[in-house]
Design a protein around this ligand. Sequence first.
Ligand SMILES: [Zn+2]
Length: 206
Amino acid sequence: MRRYRLTSSEKGPVKLFVGGLHGDEGLYTAPILERLTQEGVSAGEVIIVPSLVKNSKYIGVLTEEYYRSEAGMHLLQLIQEYKPSFYFELHAYEKQSHARLTDPERVNKIGVPPFVDFGDGILIGSIAPILRSKFTEHDFCMTIEVPKWSCKREAIKEQVLAILRIGLTNSQREEMMREFRTRYPSQIKKAEKLFYQYYRHRLKPF
Ligand SMILES: [Zn+2]
């Protein structure tokens, strides 16, 4: 597991970006997150793990089992070690899963809200509830699902990076949300609504 630690002399929050949590997803998330390591950090500390596992068994992150697996335990260790206040999780999905991941009935079917398509199949959502409970209510946690079939294309990769850069460059949660709302107004509105419906105002998106 490759781990990058980027620091700034300016005080600021700790941010953790993790990709490739299971199966072969790292093949798709690593090129994007490797690219992110070349960006500057203006404040605080940024930890980037382009691929948590190389090619592992696929265990869904919504299950308890995942957090007992080697990959899941590694992830929990990273969170415990760095205590990030901003956390971004990158996954990759197949074309045929798009409908299932964005299904408006997803919450009734499997108990978690659907993802929102931010454009070109790049999906945004909250993280697994089991994992969200390891963070505080003030922390910011987001999942990004990248399309396996197109994320090797430069234009798509750039779009994912544009989302990640919002996370990378803003030190305050509210500033970050403002930039998300400005750049993706309708998508963020939808994602925030789904978040509030699920967490019933116990947590702020995300
Ligand atoms: Zn995944």
